[in-house]
Write a protein that binds this ligand. Structure first.
Ligand SMILES: Nc1ncnc2c1ncn2[C@@H]1O[C@H](COP(=O)(O)OP(=O)(O)OP(=O)(O)O)[C@@H](O)[C@H]1O
Length: 240
C-alpha cells in the first residue's frame, strides 16, 4: 500500500446489495459487493455454485429473488438505453445472427452502438482475436474457440463502462488465454469495471482486484468478498 498519498476516490459503477439469486429457491448465499471503474471482480466457486446465475442477475437477464443490483445508482434494467450503452457482456450462447458473416455481425454491433470508424475498429478486433481469416465465414461454421473469440470481439468493438464475462477462458487455446488476460488487464486499466466468473487461476492472478466466493447458503450465510490472493488459493485448491 502506498504511504503518505491519498487514495483516489473509487468511482463505483455497479453495486450488488444483499443480492439473492436462484430458480425458485436460492442457489447460493446472498452477495453484497460493489465494483468501481478500473476494478475487476471475479466470481469464484465450484461447478454449480451459482456464478453464472449471479452474473445473469447482474446482467439483468434473470430477476433476482431479492436484493438489488444497481448501475450508477439505478436498478439494472436490461431494456434501458443507459444499460445497453454502458454494459457489454459475454455469455456462453450463440448471440449472433446466423445469416451474417463474422465481419458483418461485428460491424452491425459497432454501428448499433454509434462507433464512428466501424471498419477500422472491426478490422483491428478481428486481428486481435485472430479472426481475420474467418471474417467472411458464417458464425455457425467457426470452431468452438473461434465462436468464443467472436463473442469476445462483439463485446469489445462497442463502447462500454462495464464488461460482464462468464468464464471467458472457456475453449480458448493457450495463446488465446494469454491474449485474453492481456486484453482484459488493459481493459481494466483503461477504466472499465469488470465482473467475471472464472476457474482460470492465471487469469484471476493477472486481473482480479477482488473476488466473491460463491457458496452454498448452507455453507456460508453470505458470499465472502476476498482479495485476489485468497481467491487464487481457493481456485487452485477448491476443496478448502
Ligand atoms: N435455468 C435453470 N433452471 C434451474 N436451475 C438452474 C438453471 N440454470 C442453472 N441452474 C442450477 O443452478 C445452480 C447454479 O448454476 P450455475 O450455472 O449458476 O453455476 P456455476 O457456478 O456457474 O457453475 P459452473 O462453474 O459449472 O459454470 C446449479 O445447481 C444449476 O443446476
Amino acid at each position: 500500500m502506498s504511504r503518505g498519498r491519498a487514495r483516489p476516490a473509487r468511482d463505483v459503477v455497479l453495486a450488488l446489495e444483499d443480492l439473492r439469486v436462484g430458480y425458485g429457491r436460492p442457489v447460493c448465499a446472498p452477495v453484497t459487493v460493489d465494483v468501481a471503474a478500473g476494478e475487476a471482480l471475479c466470481l469464484v466457486g465450484a461447478n454449480g455454485a451459482g456464478k453464472s446465475t449471479v452474473l445473469r442477475a447482474v446482467a439483468g437477464l434473470l430477476q433476482p429473488l431479492g436484493g438489488t443490483v444497481t448501475l450508477r445508482g439505478r436498478a439494472v434494467d436490461e431494456r434501458s438505453a443507459q444499460f445497453r450503452r454502458e454494459v457489454a457482456s459475454v455469455f456462453d450462447e450463440d448471440a449472433w445472427f446466423a445469416e451474417l458473416s463474422v465481419a458483418e455481425h461485428l460491424e452491425l454491433v459497432a454501428r448499433g452502438h454509434g462507433v464512428r470508424d466501424v471498419v477500422g475498429v472491426v478490422d483491428a478486433e478481428l486481428e486481435a482475436q485472430r479472426l481475420t481469416g474467418a471474417a467472411d465465414q458464417l458464425p455457425g461454421s467457426l470452431s468452438s474457440g473461434q465462436k468464443r473469440r467472436l463473442l469476445l470481439a462483439a463485446a469489445l468493438v462497442r463502447p462500454r463502462a462495464v464488461l460482464l464475462l462468464d468464464e471467458p477462458e472457456q475453449r480458448l487455446d493457450p495463446t488465446g488465454r494469454e491474449a485474453l488476460a492481456e486484453r482484459l488487464v488493459a481493459e481494466r486499466d483503461a477504466g472499465t469495471a469488470l465482473v467475471l466468473a472464472t476457474h482460470d487461476v492465471v487469469l484471476l492472478r493477472a486481473l482480479a482486484t477482488r473476488a466473491v466466493v460463491v457458496d452454498d447458503p448452507e455453507v456460508a450465510p453470505v458470499c465472502r468478498v476476498v482479495d485476489a490472493d485468497e481467491a487464487a488459493r481457493i481456485v487452485s485448491d477448491p476443496v478448502r
